[in-house]
Design a protein around this ligand. Structure first.
Ligand code: NAG
Ligand code: CU
Length: 163
């Protein structure tokens, strides 16, 4: 029966490991989201993957969070059209790979206080064969990353039945 238990454990791991691997990053750690903190140093050596979360913590009203492009990041221009996150406990799920830029749009916090963060988001750990087609919406990505794991789980269960 030891092999049956092994397959059950394997099947359970296959289902849950992809979701466990999604990480939450508290931006600036205990310092949170504020001025005069080196967010580039903070981001150094960290690996950000699709599905991970960034949490920006700050006293509500003191700061905000704008996602911007690279040009706006360099020039510290918070886009007028887009809505800022303002709750003081703003969670952003990294939905796509690539370079991402965030700035504070309050006063000269970005320009003078260097309250800006640039990161590179890496593709999910799931093998590329299971990646959704480009036509699928980004909302589908979270659930589709579980699919191969389910296949392994079903395979494991089939093995248990056959043994
Ligand atoms: C970057 O963002 C700024 C401000 O929203 C906008 O004016 C500019 O056209 C954008 N640049 C690119 C290359 O998308
Ligand atoms: Cu600010």
């Amino acid at each position: 029966m030891a092999s049956t238990q092994f397959f059950i454990i394997l099947a359970i791991l296959a289902v849950f490991v992809p979701s466990i691997s999604a990480k939450e990053f508290l931006v600036g750690d205990e310092t949170g989201w504020t001025t005069n903190f080196d967010y580039q140093t903070w981001a150094q050596g960290k690996e950000f993957h699709v599905g991970d979360k960034l949490v920006f913590k700050y006293p509500e009203g003191a700061h905000n969070v704008h996602r911007v492009n690279g040009t706006a990041f360099e020039q510290c221009v918070a886009p007028a059209g887009t809505e800022a996150l303002t709750s003081g406990n703003d969670a952003i799920t990294l939905a796509s790979p690539g370079r991402k830029w965030y700035v504070c749009g309050v006063g000269k916090h970005c320009e003078v206080g260097k309250q800006k963060l640039a990161i590179t988001v890496l593709p999910n750990i799931v093998p590329p064969a299971s990646a959704p087609s480009p036509s699928q919406s980004s909302a589908m990505r979270g659930s589709s990353s579980i699919d191969p794991a389910w296949m392994v789980a079903i395979f494991g269960i089939l093995m248990i039945i056959m043994v």
